[in-house]
Ligand binder design. Structure first.
Ligand code: SF4
Ligand code: SF4
Length: 157
């Protein structure tokens, strides 16, 4: 009994002077892995046009069935993207999403990217349905979060 107690104290003592592996979040943060996949970015081009053309390929590729899209036709009076259509409704259910990145892989327009933001907590479940107002970000912001994206890839012809 005493031996076990001393062994326990010795183990505790050995770790007193070691550098802790944890950090004082949120004041301190560990660097993200280069390929970390955080919340999504729907890119808005520099000319203000949405890159998404509402093709729904990302929704088809999503293994968690987390993406809901309602496409609509662009008209001469109201043009939102360079394609024939745009995503009138684009929602991601963030509680379903497994952050696999398949939506980014599937997109033929380079319109959606996995960003680096990870502070997504909320007490309200309805906050986890991310619509266009939350997902759309400028090309500049997309490149800030994802400097690995090449301009050749993201810029249209
Ligand atoms: S990251 Fe994966 S699970 Fe999440 S929306 Fe994209 S395809 Fe679906
Ligand atoms: S994000 Fe890409 S794959 Fe998804 S609907 Fe828009 S253009 Fe299509």
């Amino acid at each position: 009994m005493v031996i076990e107690l001393l062994q326990g104290l010795w183990t505790t003592f050995k770790h007193i002077f070691k550098k802790p592996v944890t950090v004082s979040y949120p004041e301190e943060r560990v660097p993200l892995a280069p390929r970390y996949r955080g919340r999504h970015i729907l890119v808005v081009d520099e000319d203000g046009m949405e890159r998404c053309v509402g093709c729904e390929l990302c929704a088809v590729a999503c293994p968690a069935d987390a993406i809901y899209i309602e496409p609509a036709e662009n008209t001469p009076e109201e043009r939102r993207s360079h394609g024939e259509r745009y995503a009138k409704v684009y929602k991601i259910h963030m509680l379903r999403c497994i952050f696999c990145g398949y939506c980014e892989e599937a997109c033929p327009e380079d319109a959606i990217f996995m960003g680096k933001e990870y502070e997504l907590a909320s007490y309200d479940r309805s906050d986890f349905i991310y619509g266009k107002e939350k997902l759309m970000m400028s090309l500049r912001e997309a490149l800030r979060q994802r400097p690995d994206i090449s301009l050749e890839k993201i810029h249209r012809d």
